[in-house]
Design a binder for this molecule. Sequence first.
Ligand SMILES: [Zn+2]
Length: 154
Amino acid sequence: MSNEHKNSLGQVSLVAKVNPEKESSYRKLLDAAIKASEMSYCPYSDFPVGAALLTAEGKVFTGCNVENASFGGTICAERTAIIKAVSEGYKSFKAIAIHCKKLSGKWPCGMCRQFICEFGLNIDVVILNTDGALEWRSLEELLPGHFGPESLQT
Ligand SMILES: [Zn+2]
């Protein structure tokens, strides 16, 4: 089909996913993620990452990665943003944009996918792909066969 293209996951997806309203909103969200990456504390990896989380109410929470000399204590930008939002009473999210100037076109790590999944499979994850274009995928696409809150229902 002529309206198909390969996304950065190497999957064929429909161009019909392009949505001008989301594009505009997600561009602003990505700008907030870029700004948040400037606050990154990453003396070990030197990969400054920023995230910006859009709530259902339209509020934006930002976060950056915060590394630790005990590496397992490191937290990613995505989880920082979510923890900030939840700790202030927000639990319904529309999208999360992620940016690292050294890692274009990369999707969140497995732990962050799991963390986002807790709050909904329809949350869009927004990145800049290697062509410099905005790209987004739902959490459901990024975490197939997920284990979420409903998995614990008996
Ligand atoms: Zn992560």
